[in-house]
Design a protein around this ligand. Structure first.
Ligand code: TRP
Ligand code: ZN
Length: 513
């Protein structure tokens, strides 16, 4: 893959619809020439098919392969990924205790999940792909287990009564697979001297036995042991570092509920750079030594962005924020409190579009996801525009703030022109594959939906709606219908037709305003 081109395409899409490619590929695609039929999975030359374990991935649960009835222990019946997640319990906390060997690219340890049974359980599932399970206990007693594709089926010694908590501990080891859901490695990725997790949408189960669906959010504690010379960044706050002979254990606490796809660890020779606080939030980045000595300009504006967005959206939902800059990732992912940013994307974006905000707008986009996606998380994957449309609109607001009303108008007009030249996947129901779920149009037309709302109800009411959304559903899940009702409640208007037209109608409405 030509990474410069990948980054340029990412920049183009995230910055301005005027510069979008004219295909429907997602922002991470790198086509050699614009093509109406290109897709992420088939056109990238990223290492999409081999896994680091040297085996092919199996048991991916793409929509359409299996229909999962409600109550099927294999899945929650998500319309796009029916086998992700599992019914019958609700995880409250994961303790992830792993020794990582970044050279051999192996993990060894255990995950202990504390969960509340929501039904009487004589058996239940976790999601897990690949790896070798060594033992399973439930409340300290040995439990039976077997593997079925992406499911770890667990038979506890006794019935787990509805309403009561239990702790399931899975000890395991091996080299995590990665998936090809989006056409580049999703899950656990080893790239040069850095190892990192980028799991959205369905890759958490490649490194964690978990209830791998955004509807089951939980607090996390990470205890990650690495050889000397390595640093571990993960979600939340660094609670302590314990030194042992030739190793160090980094303990990270993520007390607010987090979707499994947002869990990350980044391991390698990184430097922690502290920026003080902004709006009461601790800002810290994990950078390679050369960037730590000379931080990329967009990262220096995060404090300003934090103040700007807290003014618009209400308090930042977590205690800390920052970036881990890693090689080889053709984009950036909004992991909770720790955005994982591809170095090539960050650097190429600087000069990709000299006339606009470049990587700075992407940095703003990822920060906005902390409210929209991370704190308020879609109930199902079909509603991913609640993440991407909102973060795109937020980046336009940053552009308006930093460059003025005319710059905002150009973003909107350019985006509209691109969408109108479609057809493109619809933001309200884009489809489950990588090229659809994260299609450019989910971002751009999703952002335009909020622009249309802004024109319809006015600035003040729009900001009230966004603040109320972030507040009412903080740390939880919500669906498109919840957003429409909330917008109607705050505006006193019937907005059903507006959202229907912008999110679901194959023909695009006229550009308002
Ligand atoms: N959510 C990312 C964004 O902000 C896009 C994305 C989805 C991604 N899955 C990913 C990026 C995996 C990197 C790795 O737009
Ligand atoms: Zn995004």
């Amino acid at each position: 893959m030509n990474r410069r081109r990948a980054a340029a395409l990412l920049a183009a899409v995230l910055l301005s619809g005027t510069a979008c490619s004219d295909d429907d590929s997602s922002i991470w695609a790198t086509t050699t020439a614009p093509s109406a039929t290109s897709t992420l999975a088939t056109t990238t030359s990223a290492p999409t098919t081999t896994t680091q374990a040297g085996t092919t991935t199996t048991g991916t649960t793409q929509a359409g392969t299996t229909s999962t009835a409600a109550g099927d222990p294999s899945g929650l019946g998500d319309p796009y990924f029916p086998e992700l997640g599992n019914p019958g319990y609700d995880v409250e906390h994961y303790l992830v205790e792993l020794a990582v060997d970044p050279v051999a690219n192996t993990v060894e340890g255990a995950v202990a999940a504390t969960a509340a049974a929501t039904a009487d359980l004589d058996t239940f599932h976790l999601d897990l792909l690949g790896l070798t399970v060594d033992s399973v206990t439930v409340d300290g007693a040995a439990a039976g287990f077997r593997r079925e594709e992406g499911e770890l089926v667990i038979d506890p010694a006794g019935l787990l009564p509805a309403g009561e908590d239990f702790v399931v501990t899975v000890a395991y080891h091996g080299t995590p697979l990665n998936l090809t859901t989006l056409g580049f490695p999703i899950g656990w990725v080893q790239a040069g001297d850095l190892t990192y997790v980028a799991a959205q949408p369905d890759g958490a189960r490649t490194w964690l036995p978990c209830n791998d669906h955004p509807a089951d959010k939980a607090a996390f504690t990470f205890r990650i042991t690495v050889p000397e010379g390595n640093v571990v960044a993960a979600n939340g706050s660094l609670a302590e570092v314990q030194d042992g002979p030739g190793v160090a254990t980094f303990v990270w606490e993520m007390p607010e509920p987090m979707a499994t796809y947002l869990a990350t660890v980044v391991v390698g020779p990184l430097t922690r750079v502290e920026w003080g606080t902004a709006a009461g939030v601790v800002l810290r980045d994990y950078l390679p030594a050369d960037l730590a000595a000379d931080p990329p300009a967009p990262l220096t504006r995060v404090g300003e962005m934090m103040e700007f967005f807290t003014g618009f959206f209400g308090p930042y939902p977590f205690a800390e924020y920052g970036h881990a800059v890693v090689p080889g990732l053709p984009g950036a992912l909004e992991d909770q409190t720790l955005c994982v940013f591809g170095r090539e994307a960050l650097e190429t974006l600087f000069d990709a579009q000299p006339w606009t905000l470049g990587a700075e707008a992407v940095v703003a986009h990822e920060l906005a996801h902390q409210w929209f996606g991370d704190s308020v998380t879609p109930s199902t994957w079909q509603d991913v525009w609640l993440n991407e449309g909102f973060a795109t609109f937020a980046q336009w607001l940053w552009v308006e703030h930093a460059r003025g009303a005319e710059a905002y108008r150009q973003e909107v007009a350019g985006s509209y022109a691109w969408v109108a030249a479609g057809p493109h996947p619809l933001p309200g129901d884009p489809g489950a594959t990588g090229e659809e779920l994260f299609a450019d149009s989910v971002y751009v037309r999703g952002g335009l939906t909020l622009h249309a709302l802004r024109v319809e109800v006015g600035d003040e009411t729009t900001w009230e709606i966004l603040r109320a959304w972030a507040e009412r559903y903080a740390y939880g899940n919500a669906a498109t219908a919840d957003f429409v009702s909330l917008a109607e409640e705050f505006s006193g208007r019937d907005l059903g037709a507006l959202f229907e037209a912008w999110l679901f109608d194959p023909s695009i409405p006229a550009l308002p305003g």
